[in-house]
Design a binder for this molecule. Sequence first.
Ligand code: MG
Length: 387
Amino acid sequence: MTLTVSVLGATGSIGRSTADLLDQHRDRFRVGAVAGGRDAQALARVARELNAEFAAIADPDSGPALRDALSGSGIACGAGPSAVIEAATRDADLVVAAVSGAAGLAPTCAAIRLGRTVALANKESLVCAGDAFMRDAKKFGARILPMDSEHNALEQSVGEGKIDDVTRMTITASGGPFRTASRERIAAASAADAAAHPTWSMGMKINIDSATLMNKGLELIEAHHLFGIEAERLDAVVHPQSIVHALVTWRDGSVTAGLYLPDMRVPIAHCLGLGERLTIARGRSLDLAAVGSLTFERPDEERFPCLRIAKAALAAGAAQPTVMNAANEIAVAAFIAGKIGFYDIAALVERACEHFAARFPAAPADVEEALAIDAEVRGWSAEALVA
Ligand code: MG
């Protein structure tokens, strides 16, 4: 039986790895829709490669270029946010939600509301609107498969176990490029320094988030929603080799862990397999003796204040994670543009969390409200940067 898969965010790094696996297993999968942001050529290429039925580009101005690039292929296409929603809601057995940023919220939510099985790589769905998102998933019977490496490792480590029996869930962080750097050196870092990720190759935004450890903070918030586990039972540890992605400690002292080489195709294959294991062509197998040693250390929240801020937002709940995420996106963009320094990211995010604590005292009731909060905080953050 062939399964129909749609890929949102098909031109990004997760999308391209997903496309690679779909291409390797053509006997198993048919591709319904692919969606991308603004690169019409790249989107057309992946749509043709995978023989998709429909391609959607989020940027309305890129519609004509996409139509040209697909001419003669028989692949239908559309442009603008409504076309991306169409891609998300076309009939599919599995929707890969790998759009990055808040732009991924609406299409992911649309798929959830149709009760689709969603392989989730879009962090914002859970960070901005986790309560509402998980409530919708339950209400509409949508299954969520965590595609991020740490959460996928948690999912595999939990297996058939009960969350009640878990005393701790630990996710690991590579520590980023500044793991051993002094605070002074980190303070002077440029975006290019921060983007040099030691173990994973990813997009620019997530590279900066990895350097600040905000990424780990976002992932703790995701884990909280995905597994229904409170902040007190969640932890992050630095593990520079990126082999152990997550550990689950059980009531009886047993620990189950998810290990694999840092290759995103592994967690993606786990999601695409829907319970069956897929072979990954050109995949390397883990040889622990060749790796030699696996080391772990506690994260330093003095040098990496974003992790502390994210933990506080998770513990505070309400709309704090939504606010934090929006301010962080603006701050990271300003850092990438060379407008602010590394530690200004944490400073802006913390100011935003304080500023909006009283204004938004409750968690967003739905995705629409989360997006409204997101927009207000972005506007405020952008102004705060120029003030
Ligand atoms: Mg991750």
